[in-house]
Unconditional design. Structure first.
Length: 280
């Protein structure tokens, strides 16, 4: 112990210099969008293989639960197929990660979660799909249980997703009971719950009401599950409710996700941009 303290004392100036360097880098990345995107692009390439190896070991012990969830999802897809009166033969060797197109605008690409953070105010998920698979920044990401987040940065083989557990992430949402619009935003506290903002006080709400996506931002299709109202209150002089939403996803146990591709997104954005320019 004495030798360790003596060593620290001897190199105290150099250690303090390293601390300041790391602090400076962290401040630059945290507060500048361009540097932040560049950092995550580079880190995806370097850390991807490490995360993939680590996750392969840890997820081996969760295989029974993962298989059960995949089986449940396949059962749900079979139910949808039967409702559409489709005759489908399903063998025991069917790719359980395949998914049907979600309407004429959307297609889905399966991916595996190889890293996931939940302990920060701005959390991210790393997946094993990148630009070579057609993944691009701005695409939505979901799981069998609901929405996950939005792709922030990509490399050739990996992508980093800004999850719902990110205080800077907002998602357009609807209170399904009465089609009231609101906005989902995490307050940085409980990883199992988020906030539903801007629901007026005259709206009737109840515990366990479903919260789904609105489909307005071209990132997520409409009616995709976000969670359920867990608690709510309103101050006497407030215009909007304070609503806690229990997330449908447990972000501490993510395994497989789907990246949403909307081929008409670019056309929609360009059209809306032209209208805004004409109104200026």
């Amino acid at each position: 112990m004495y030798r360790l303290l003596q060593l620290i004392h001897t190199y105290r100036a150099f250690l303090f210099f390293l601390f300041l360097e790391f602090l400076s880098i962290w401040l630059i990345v945290s507060n500048n969008p361009y540097q932040s995107a560049a950092f995550f692009h580079t880190s995806n390439v370097l850390a991807g293989k490490v995360y993939e190896t680590k996750t392969g070991v840890t997820q081996y012990f969760n295989l029974p639960e993962v298989n059960e969830k995949l089986a449940d999802e396949n059962a749900h897809l079979r139910e949808l197929l039967s409702k559409n009166q489709s005759s489908v033969m399903v063998s025991s060797f069917v790719d359980t990660m395949a998914i049907l197109p979600g309407g004429p605008e959307y297609a889905y690409l399966p991916a595996k979660v190889i890293n996931n953070t939940t302990g920060f105010r701005r959390n991210y998920v790393t997946i094993n799909r990148g630009s070579l698979s057609g993944v691009a920044p701005g695409m939505g990401v979901i799981s069998a249980d609901g929405i996950i987040g939005k792709v922030m940065a990509v490399s050739d083989h990996y992508a980093t997703v800004s999850s719902l557990l990110n205080t800077g992430m907002y998602v357009s949402a609807i209170l399904k009971r009465n089609n009231t619009f609101g906005s989902i935003n995490w307050d940085g506290k409980d990883i199992l719950t988020t906030k539903l903002l801007y629901v007026p006080r005259h709206i009737q709400i109840e515990k366990n009401d479903s919260i789904v996506t609105s489909g307005y931002n071209s990132v997520f299709p409409e009616n995709m599950l976000i969670g359920f109202i867990d608690d709510f209150s309103i101050a006497e002089d407030a215009s909007f409710y304070d609503i806690d939403v229990k997330l449908s996803n447990d972000f501490s146990r993510l395994s497989y996700v789907y990246i949403i591709k909307n081929p008409l997104k670019k056309e929609k954005i360009e059209l809306e941009s032209s209208i805004k320019q004409n109104n200026e």
